[in-house]
Design a protein around this ligand. Sequence first.
Ligand code: ATP
Length: 615
Amino acid sequence: MAADQKTEKGTISIHTENIFPIIKKWLYSDHEIFLRELVSNAVDAIHKLQHVNVIESLKISDEYAIDIHVDKDAGTLTVKDNGIGMNAEEIRKYINQIAFSSAEEFVQKFKDLEDKNQIIGHFGLGFYSSFMVADQVEIRSLSYRSNAIGAHWRCDGTTTYTLEECAKSDRGTEVVLHLNADSKEFLEPARLQDILKKYCNFLPVAIRLDGEVVNDRNPLWTRAASEIKEEEYVEFYRKLYPFSDDPLFWIHLNIDFPFHLKGILYFPRISTEFDISKSHIKLFCNQVFVSDNCPELIPEFLTPLQGCLDAPDLPLNVSRSYLQNEPQVRKIREVISGRVASKIVDLAKKDREAFGKVWDDIHTFVKYGMMRDDKFSDKVKDQVLFRTSAEMKYTTLPEYLERNKERHEKKVFYANDEAAQATYLKLFKSQGLEALILDALIDSHFIQFLEMKNQGVSFERVDADVTQNLIEHDQAGKIVEGADQKTADEKIKEAFSELLGEKKGMSVRVESLKDSSVPAMLLLAEHSRRFKEMTRMMGREMGDALDEFTLLVNFTNPVVKKIRRMKDEGRTEDARLLAEQIHDLAMLTHKSFSKEQMEAFLERSNKILEMAGKE
Ligand SMILES: Nc1ncnc2c1ncn2[C@@H]1O[C@H](COP(=O)(O)OP(=O)(O)OP(=O)(O)O)[C@@H](O)[C@H]1O
């Protein structure tokens, strides 16, 4: 067929004359995406050719590639593919009409939008985005069809274009950008390399920058999990997050129904600097990087997760508002939450000890997730680990309840500050009792949640009361002594009340503890203490947790016995000294002293030492 040498001049049928300056201005901060768009079009063109190659039995066996080339002297950047190509008719249709009409739609739609930033980078301008960085754009293309004639399109950023035949001998499309004065940065290979790494690193077609392949065509998530080694997952993670510690574990997703979703989700080691306010998942669409700020895609409680998701059903230029309203995104969240729950159950069942090791890093978001998501909670609830004061170090709640049902049915003892509650824990240990350690910030809420979910089970901090298991059965303190018909306990109570005088919020109780080494301890009733803690957490001041407490005096302790004897013998001041000291020691485990209290405590300690020296 003879080539028609005539040059066609035309006007692109758009109705907004000043479309170029508007777009240039609006997209200013995201100029670099033009390269992603051009490379994506090139990949699409190659995929289309691969498709027709099969359908039309063309037997093309070329190695497909996209070549990016800069010519600094000419000030041009070229993106070239060996895909399906376009003839003049197709250029008229796809470039003049489709590409430009979507650009016009963009302007019409967002002209009146208050916050222009909202749309930057989230609207698919495709080919048209090249005008953000170029004064003039050329397309040279040769269709795959036999006897095709090369087509050369040129546009200088106005609404007119030229289209003519050209002598192009190799199939495919070449887009040449004559970069504008503000965009010379895109002539720098290092800058281009960065952009390609960011958006095109995992594209399935070889991308060559000045002859060098820059991308990994088969990222790990595209391969079958069964053939991937552990080290490969870790290595891939290091590639994605070069400065992070190795991940704890990961989940490989490969879902085909009811939607397509592939990806690898990593559980990172949580460091204190970890910014959980930002999503760290990288979203891809058919291996093209889309965004790393899509918190909508994963359940809120899984925000610390890292890794990548490839969701080909979502549009490449996905917007935040789209994600927020898209039912498919909700389904993706549900699937992820379900898969994370299954992974946790698997790990817990497979190797408890190994699971214990990662538990400290993941427990916060597992607990938070349980409180936020009932389905998640139902799946993982029996695997939640608690640190315990007992030998085995970690236990689950059902195991704890089962182990202790004879001694305290449906009651869970816990400590939330091992150092402050050391006396109580020691007492528990000496009597073979077991307490859970619930010392994370989230635990006070989690305890309420567990009580709600496990009807009849109550949690009691080790200092809330003394259980019958700690009290001596044959209690000498209950024996009535002397003419006044009072028991020994009552007499000690009277003695301590008198010696200590009125103390704000204090009541004295005497019990015979099996462990005689502790003279006294403070008890804070569970419910009123929790109430005070909660109101304080909500910012409402409800006074001190110590506004109301019981001083439990231990009848079996030798010093307590001695105090009573001293008082009977008239050594009231010496007895008071010891009683005050016992009171202060019990207090110290719950709060730090003021300067005055500390001075009084130290002065008294010295007097007691002097007294001991004399006796
Ligand atoms: N390198 C290319 N080879 C063949 N056809 C191309 C090429 N680049 C663009 N096209 C054609 O031009 C059309 C318009 O491209 P454009 O990038 O503006 O929009 P799109 O790719 O359809 O959508 P998107 O907005 O998601 O990029 C494409 O659909 C395609 O048919």
